[in-house]
Design a protein around this ligand. Structure first.
Ligand code: FES
Length: 205
């Protein structure tokens, strides 16, 4: 008998290495759990809630919850997918996502999760927030309209690039990405095109 511990994901056994989270083990075993702010190279911080599952009946983010032997995890249920559809729609209406004109279209995680979840039209009203575009940098255009607040650029800039170019400000619906310079302009930072913070954005910011 194998000593590899397993948990059940929608009834199927998933092996894991102790220390792995549910989403890490699931993805490694070829099972998809929808997610937005999880990235394999960064410590999860569980902000988007799209990866929520039920673990032994309790709601938990699969990106921050450790895999445990014998757990019963539900992922693809109508209840959880409905929650994901609502979260994805909230991101669409709280920002300005004009997919047809975005160069990240076709390679965008928000778009991919929306398609996967069958979100083709919004049940919520668009807020059309007034968000700026920063064209101050000679090599980079920063479009705040597309931000989904995953904080990957914040984390990458601090942890990998060692520059702290980005931060989040505000709370709730007013929470937004800022450039951490006195002027607030990208040109007044030492960001470079090759920075991890630039590469890691899952949408088109
Ligand atoms: Fe788990 Fe975002 S991927 S909370």
């Amino acid at each position: 008998m194998s000593d590899v511990p397993t948990f059940l994901l929608d009834g199927e056994p998933v092996p894991f290495v102790p220390g792995q989270t549910i989403i890490q083990a699931a993805l490694a075993a070829g099972h998809y759990i929808p997610h937005l702010c999880y990235h394999p190279e960064f410590k999860p911080h569980g902000s988007c809630r799209v990866c929520m599952v039920r673990v032994n009946g309790h709601m938990a983010p699969s990106c921050t919850t450790p895999a445990r032997a014998g757990s019963e995890v539900q992922n693809r249920t109508e209840e959880l997918d409905e929650l994901r559809r609502t979260l994805v729609q909230m991101l669409f209406v709280e920002g300005n996502h004009f997919c047809p004109s975005c160069e990240k279209s076709g390679n965008c995680l928000l778009q991919a999760v929306a398609y996967e979840q069958g979100v083709l039209a919004m049940d919520l009203d668009y807020l059309f927030p007034n968000r700026p575009v920063d064209g101050s940098h000679p090599d980079l255009l920063l479009d705040f309209n597309r931000c989904i607040l995953c904080e990957l650029c914040v984390r990458a800039s601090a942890e990998v690039d060692g520059k702290h170019v980005f931060a989040l400000a505000g709370r709730g619906v007013t929470k937004h990405l800022i450039v951490d310079a006195e002027s607030g302009r990208l040109a007044d930072t030492d960001i470079a095109v090759t920075d991890k913070a630039v590469q890691v954005c899952p949408v088109g910011v």
